[in-house]
Every structure is written in structure tokens, then in C-alpha cells.
Design a protein around this ligand. Structure first.
Ligand code: DGL
Length: 287
């Protein structure tokens, strides 16, 4: 009986949420690293982008997304969005009864392991960079005399969603954003946004082969693997894992753009009304 319950616990999906499509890069990384796990994904496409929103709003959106994933039995929650991690992951980890994994701490660990010079660049949305969360996470690990150079890159998200990952305009924008990091001679750059791994070849070309690009998605998947194994939560079923997608705006557009991120993995996509999600449940639960 107890072991049957343990199997049911372990066989619940990993919940992943993001402001939209970008978290699919984390789903891809999870498929590589923990291929037997089922994934339940929520993309807040009605309220994207998070990168330019206030911390208070991003925290509210994140709490609603997490409540939704929990209502569908997620065993662990991955905050795939860097901006949501920056503003809300610590709070969610303190509030929720399941493990919460953000993308910033794993990215910072990998960057510090990769640097030789101690000069690390971070790229992200205005919200992520403004929060100073990567700065703090890297500095905490790096110590003196390491240096972190943070660069907001707000134009990258729309360029990726347009499919311009290998385009002269994107190259020009990247040269402009990366110039300050080249000038200070960073040897590692953290791709601190869900969309940036799709720009890796172009960014590598701009920075040259001696600079290491750290993909937070890969490092996050590695952290998830560690937590599942530590807590005995690895899926035990030998049937193929399921991938289920929910969005707060049009499922049709998500399917279209999502293919750029994960190919044919996206099958059925359902709509969920996320505004105020969870408040309703709390009201019902209170006397
Ligand atoms: N998912 C966001 C991030 O990783 C990028 C898109 C947005 O601004 O919402 O920061």
C-alpha cells in the first residue's frame, strides 16, 4: 500500500511555468536530462512579457501559475522564466509544499565553475537585470576579486519570437548589446533569459570561441535531476511520459511558435483562465 502510494507520488508530472513560449527551452533540457519524466507546462501567453512588468505583478502572476500547476498535481515546480525566478522563486519556495527550482541559482553555479578570469557577463530582460538577482547569485559564489557585468537585452525576445535567430538585424543588435562585455573581456556569459539559448550560435559568433556561453536551462535540468533523485521522486512507470500544455491566451499561436522551440512535441494545447487562479480555491477553503 505504502509503496503503491509512493509510486503514485513519483509518477506525478514536473510542473513548469513561464511567461509564454520561452520555458520550452527548459522542457527541452528536461527531456534530455530526465527523459522518463512527464511534464505539465503552463505559458502565461495572455500576460507575456514579464520582463518589463513590475516585481509585484510578476509575483502575483507566478503565484497563480504555481497554484494552477499544483491543482493539476505537479510534484515539483520549475520556474522556467528568469524574470519570474528573479522576483518570485524564493517566495514560492517558502510558501509551497513541493520543491521549487528556479533558473538563476543553477546558471550562476555553472558560470562560476566555467570562468578562469572571474569576469562574468549576464544577459537578461530589463526586469531580471534590474532585480540584481544574477549579480547576487554569482557574487555569492565568486567572491572577490570576481566581477559581474550585467546587460539588459530587451530586443532579443521579440526577435527570437519572430524567428530571426540567424538574421542580420539580430546580429547588429547583438553586437551593440555585447560591446560593453567584450570591452571588459568577460570569459563567460550567462544566457539569463529563456529565449537566449536559441541565439547561442549568433552570440558565440559575436563573442568569439574563447567565451563560454552558459545555458541556464541545461543547468536547471541538472538541478531537477539531483532533487528528484535525492527525494526519491523519479518517475517509476515504464509507459512513455506525457507532455501537457496549457496557456492563458490562444492555444493556436502557442502551437505555432512553440514548434520553433520544441518541434513536434507540442500536441494538444488547452486554454486556462489564469487571472485570479488560486484565490478562488483559498476562498472556498476558508471558513
Ligand atoms: N521568459 C522571460 C525570461 O526568461 C522572457 C520573456 C518575457 O519577458 O516574459 O525572463
Amino acid at each position: 500500500m505504502t509503496s503503491m502510494r509512493a509510486a503514485v507520488e513519483r509518477d506525478r508530472p514536473i510542473g513548469v511555468f513561464d511567461s509564454g513560449f520561452g520555458g520550452l527551452t527548459v522542457v527541452n533540457a528536461l527531456r534530455q536530462r530526465v527523459p522518463n519524466e512527464s511534464v505539465l507546462y503552463f505559458g502565461d501567453t495572455a500576460r507575456v512579457p514579464y520582463g518589463s512588468k513590475s516585481p509585484a505583478n510578476v509575483r502575483r502572476f507566478s503565484r497563480e501559475a504555481a497554484q494552477f500547476l499544483l491543482s493539476r498535481d505537479a510534484k515539483l515546480i520549475v520556474v522556467a522564466c528568469n524574470t519570474a525566478t528573479a522576483h518570485a522563486a524564493a517566495e514560492l519556495a517558502a510558501e509551497l509544499t513541493v520543491p521549487v527550482v528556479g533558473v538563476i541559482e543553477p546558471g550562476a553555479t555553472a558560470a562560476v565553475a566555467a570562468t578562469r578570469s572571474g569576469r562574468i557577463g549576464v544577459l537578461g530582460t530589463a526586469g531580471t537585470i534590474g532585480s540584481g538577482a544574477y549579480d547576487l547569485a554569482v557574487r555569492r559564489r565568486l567572491g572577490e576579486p570576481g566581477r559581474v557585468y550585467a546587460q539588459p537585452c530587451p530586443l532579443f525576445v521579440p526577435l527570437v519570437e519572430e524567428g530571426w535567430t540567424d538574421h542580420a538585424v539580430t546580429m547588429r543588435v547583438a553586437e551593440e548589446y555585447l560591446r560593453p562585455l567584450k570591452e571588459v573581456d568577460v570569459d563567460v556569459i550567462i544566457l539569463g533569459c529563456t529565449h537566449y539559448p536559441l541565439l547561442s550560435p549568433l552570440l558565440q559568433e559575436v563573442m568569439g570561441p574563447d567565451v563560454t556561453l552558459v545555458d541556464s536551462a541545461e543547468e536547471t535540468a541538472r538541478a531537477v535531476e539531483g532533487i528528484l533523485s535525492e527525494l526519491g521522486l523519479e518517475r517509476s512507470a515504464d509507459t512513455p511520459p506525457s507532455f501537457t500544455f496549457f496557456v492563458s491566451d490562444s492555444p493556436h499561436r502557442f502551437r505555432e511558435v512553440g514548434r520553433r522551440f520544441v518541434g513536434d512535441l507540442i500536441g494538444a494545447v488547452s486554454h486556462v483562465d489564469i487571472d485570479g487562479f488560486g484565490q478562488h480555491m483559498q476562498r472556498l477553503a476558508s471558513p
